[in-house]
Ligand binder design. Structure first.
Ligand code: ADP
Length: 277
């Protein structure tokens, strides 16, 4: 048996285990990635990825720089397609539909899946208009309704009290941590099912980081969250499940506590104990 086929057999076994309902909580699958390969031209950035994302959980994606974390999270909303020359094979099932099927409408996906980026990226608009942006795009014009959505979203992002008296001010006037929470509020305003976060605190100071971490723990009650982080302590603090990526592969996926206390793969152990990365 060649190395490749034995590797894919191992993946199949893993997938079988992964697909069992979560025994403790019986949480539903939001995403199920099956045999995903992604190429930037001739460079393969993701290799035979099998990974579930479960409802109302925080799933952390960890691994050294360049191992495919960001590429993976950007496949979940098909943002990765914006890069010229990208080729994808395999399946990414979102709520039982393969988002890479030709008939799948990416616009629909983007209304269900919000994204928060590494660097806060508010629009050069007022705080109110930032949060009202998505609902307006979806045709909501009623002022009273927009006000309600904006307030609910800002409350949901734990920033209402800080900005309620300055909603007309430009969001650029806020601190980095506040801007990031405005971006989270903007995301909540479209009532997403899933929130993708690509290193959302790496540009923030420790105090703002803690606020966002607290917020993530609250948000998982209503949303499913996937977070890429290079900060292992952060993954340990806030996530339920962790996937360890290395060279474009998922080396290990498990309960976060297990990954950090008793990983089953030597490479995971070496990474979390700081032997490389
Ligand atoms: P990580 O998020 O873990 O740092 P990335 O997903 O950004 O890793 O990158 C994975 C691999 O894909 C790297 O080898 C990187 O150089 C390559 N890559 C990422 N983005 C592009 C791109 N737009 N074009 C070509 N190669 C890319």
């Amino acid at each position: 048996m060649s190395l490749t086929s034995s590797a894919s057999k191992k993946q199949e076994i893993k997938l079988g285990e992964i697909n069992k309902p979560d025994k403790k909580e019986n949480k539903k699958l939001v995403y199920n990635t099956k045999g995903l390969n992604l190429y930037y031209g001739n460079t393969q950035a993701l290799k035979d990825i099998h990974l579930p994302i479960r409802e109302n959980e925080v799933t952390a994606i960890i691994g050294p720089s360049g191992c495919g974390k960001s590429t993976y999270i950007k496949t979940l909303n098909r943002m990765v397609e914006m890069v010229a020359g990208v080729k994808v094979t395999g399946e990414v099932m979102y709520r039982d539909k393969n988002i890479f099927d030709r008939s799948y409408r990416v616009e629909e996906l983007r209304t269900r899946v919000g994204m928060v980026f590494q660097k806060p990226n508010p629009f050069p608009k007022s705080i109110f208009d930032n949060v009202a942006y998505g609902p307006r795009v979806h045709g909501i014009r009623d002022k009273k309704m927009l006000k309600q959505i904006v307030e609910k979203s800002l409350r949901g992002a734990a920033i209402w009290e800080e900005v309620k008296d300055r909603l007309g001010e430009n969001a650029y006037g806020l601190s980095g941590g506040q801007q990031q929470r405005i971006c989270i509020a903007r995301c909540l305003a479209i009532e997403p099912d899933v929130i993708l976060m690509d290193e959302p605190t790496s540009a923030l100071d420790p105090k703002s980081t803690m606020k966002i971490e607290e917020l993530i723990k609250e948000l998982k009650q209503n949303y499913s969250i996937v977070i890429v982080t290079h900060n292992m302590q952060q993954a340990a603090r806030i996530s339920d499940k962790t996937a360890f990526f290395l060279n474009g592969e998922v080396v290990e996926y498990d309960e976060t506590d297990r990954i950090f206390s008793n990983p089953s793969d030597k490479r995971t152990e070496d990474y979390i104990t700081g032997r490389f990365g």
